[in-house]
Design a protein. Structure first.
Length: 247
């Protein structure tokens, strides 16, 4: 493959990777606590073009994805078990294989009297124990620092955590994050983080922005696809011309 066609094909693959990422963002624009994915672009120099114009072999690739932890808008629901976070940090829940972290505070009370996520994961208190409430009792009262009470009786304080480098967290199913290195990157109590009761944090993947990027990526993909076709046609014509002269 000639350098120009190779560069165009590489750019097309990078745009397809970005479209997959953007499609996931668009699918989660109404998911509470969802954090959008972005991409870092990089380039590599194709060894086949040594000695040629360096810009010819400069091929764009999506080097890696990263999560945008920017604050999403807070929406009022009036539901006392809906909790939203304002600031940097996460709720902690007990996942199937250990602690998980989330910004999705759409919680409910289970039949066993525990405050749980929509997937049934118990919400953790400081110390790691689950929050136990009285089913069918008075609504919970949750203060800005995560203190929980029912009928005026304190039940504990929510485990609100943050990480020195949140970018190292790994996305799990849904809106959950896993800590891949609990020993090297232990969770710490979140500072400057407030809980808002009766609200949820909406997705930070904005539909208008995502739609605009979708149109841009589709146009780029069409142009690069056309460039690949032109390169293939030029290569075919060159081969046919060589064969004609040789005959």
């Amino acid at each position: 493959m000639d350098p120009l066609t190779a560069a165009a094909a590489s750019g097309l693959q990078a745009r397809m990777d970005s479209l997959d990422l953007l499609a996931n963002n668009l699918a989660n624009t109404s998911t509470s606590g969802f954090k959008a994915d972005r991409e870092f672009y990089s380039s590599y120099f194709s060894p086949e073009v040594t000695g040629l114009d360096p810009t010819v072999g400069d091929s764009p690739v999506v080097e890696k994805r990263w999560t945008d932890f920017a604050q999403g808008p807070l929406l009022s629901t009036g539901n006392p078990t809906d909790l939203a976070l304002s600031g940097s940090g996460f709720f902690a829940v007990d996942g199937p294989k250990g602690p998980l972290y989330t910004r999705n505070g759409s919680f409910q009370i289970s039949s066993q009297g525990r405050l749980v996520s929509s997937e049934g994961y118990p919400v953790r208190l400081i110390g790691g124990q689950p929050l136990q409430v009285q089913p069918g009792g008075a609504p919970l009262q949750v203060s800005a620092d995560g203190q929980v009470a029912q009928n005026g009786v304190p039940l504990g304080q929510l485990q609100l955590v943050n990480f020195k480098t949140p970018s190292q967290l790994v996305k799990a199913v849904g809106t959950y994050f896993e800590n891949p290195d609990p020993q090297g990157m232990p969770p710490a109590p979140a500072a400057n983080l407030e809980v808002a009761q009766g609200k949820i944090e909406s997705s930070n993947a904005q539909p208008a922005e995502s739609a605009a990027r979708l149109v841009m990526l589709l146009r780029h993909s069409e142009m690069l696809e056309h460039a690949v076709k032109i390169g293939a046609d030029m290569n075919r014509q060159a081969v046919e011309e060589v064969a004609r002269i040789g005959s």
